[in-house]
Design a protein around this ligand. Structure first.
Ligand SMILES: Cc1cc2nc3c(=O)[nH]c(=O)nc-3n(C[C@H](O)[C@H](O)[C@H](O)COP(=O)(O)OP(=O)(O)OC[C@H]3O[C@@H](n4cnc5c(N)ncnc54)[C@H](O)[C@@H]3O)c2cc1C
Length: 389
């Protein structure tokens, strides 16, 4: 049994780490607190360097123009980039991420949406959640009714991240109310400026980002707006969320690692009552607990990425790591803030912002309770092996 990363993954991880240490972390102290998008000259410079280093679109298959390193390479780079606030922001310069449903795009849709997204020229927002349907996504009320040349969409979407700044939306709508999740939900690609789309309000949440509420009033989408097959939207959205959960777990690894690094460094420099904090057992135990939990989350996350690369279905593992890694990072940040004392709560350090971000991540992309439910159902049906084979 060999737990070492393959050589090419190690190499790209090392490259990403050097880049983050040299070019991203030093920027943090000069950025406005709670910035949402980097100043464009900084963003463009970083994007240029990231592309030159081959760190852009690492996990996107080569046939679509990515580096094609698969899930392991993707997790490795994402973990490293998320050691900096620059890498955890919504519009990170490590862009080129493609929501997997777009791999079902037609040739026209690829030209119009997928390739511009991959080049970083267009932005997308995913609109599934509604005021009455979040965890229970099959209960959405937005409808798309077929007409002669296309579809007419009506409904209200909530929490679509950054839809106000997006060029197009991936809208999930009911196309057959009898079938719903079993073949009655479809995904549509809709330009953000299509008549009938109205960003009703921006909901301010704990992390710096725009969560939007959108009215869809008689929005007309041509036949070319259907992404994938009619009726397959629910399944596609679930696949999308599996990828999203692996991505969130990798993000938590990077954030937790940096929070722990900072905590260790601080205990070695800060003295109280004539002794370094590193000599206090109360704080040593915090460091040890954080290390153990980070280690466990990392093994689980890389194993899940590996399974995905092997073509196995990692749905349950994705629920495990989404739930475990977000809760792990929350505890690690909490301890790191505690170790830093008052300065840990300040906006001088990235810890308090990450603390808010991670709190959000325990709800977005499926709250912890839903993931525990998914795991427990599989356990009770005898579908999960309790041993290690
Ligand atoms: C910052 C942020 C960004 C988001 N971005 C997007 C986006 O880009 N696109 C998008 O479509 N959506 C997005 N969402 C929506 C997000 O996916 C939902 O908020 C999430 O799925 C939970 O849905 P809900 O808020 O309706 O809570 P509910 O589903 O109403 O749940 C409320 C509480 O009840 C618990 N609960 C629900 N059902 C059960 C059960 N069966 N057993 C036990 N407990 C249960 C939940 O765990 C939760 O604690 C975002 C949300 C946030 C906060």
């Amino acid at each position: 049994m060999d737990f070492t990363l393959p050589a090419e993954i190690k190499e790209i991880k090392r490259k990403a780490r050097c880049f983050v240490d040299k070019e991203c972390i030093p920027l943090e102290k000069d950025l406005e607190p709670d910035w949402i998008e980097l100043p464009s000259e900084i963003h463009n410079r970083l994007v240029g360097n990231i592309k030159t280093l081959g760190l852009w679109a690492v996990g996107v298959p080569q046939e679509f123009g990515g580096v094609g390193m698969g899930a392991l390479g993707y997790v490795a780079v994402r973990e490293e980039q998320c050691r900096s606030l620059v890498g955890t922001s919504h519009y990170t310069p490590f862009g080129g991420e493609i929501p997997p449903p777009l791999f079902h795009a037609t040739e026209i849709q690829k030209e119009r949406y997928l390739f511009p997204l991959l080049r970083g020229e267009k932005k997308v927002s995913f609109a599934q959640t509604e005021p009455g349907a979040g965890s229970d996504a099959a209960a959405i009320q937005t409808t798309a009714v077929q007409e002669k040349d296309g579809w007419r969409i009506n409904g209200v979407k909530r929490f679509a991240t950054m839809a106000d700044r997006a060029d197009f939306l991936m809208v999930v709508a009911v196309t057959d109310p009898q079938k719903r999740a079993r073949g009655g939900i479809t995904m549509f690609l809709v330009d953000q400026d299509t008549p009938g789309i109205n960003i009703r309000r921006i909901i301010e949440v704990m992390r710096p980002q725009h969560s939007t509420e959108i009215d869809l009033n008689d929005v007309f989408v041509s036949q070319e707006g259907v992404l994938g097959e009619v009726g397959q939207g629910f399944v596609m959205a679930q696949q999308f969320l599996v990828k999203g959960r692996i991505s969130i777990a990798a993000r938590c690894l990077g954030i937790a690692e940096r929070a722990l690094e900072m905590a260790i460094a601080y205990t070695k420099q800060r003295q109280t009552f004539g002794q370094y904090l590193s000599e206090r057992q109360a704080l040593q135990w915090m460091l040890a607990d954080s290390y153990m939990e980070l280690h466990a989350a990392r093994l689980m996350t890389y194993e899940t990425a590996w399974k995905e690369e092997q073509g196995k279905d990692p749905r349950i593992e994705a629920s495990e790591i989404k739930c475990f890694a977000t809760e792990m990072a929350f505890r690690v940040l909490d301890r790191s803030i505690q170790i830093h004392g008052g300065i840990g709560l300040s906006k001088d350090l990235p810890l308090e912002r990450w603390f808010r971000e991670i709190r959000v991540l325990r709800i977005g992309e499926g709250p912890s309770e839903i993931h525990r439910w998914v795991i427990a159902r599989s356990l009770l049906k005898g579908k999960l092996s309790l041993g290690f084979y």
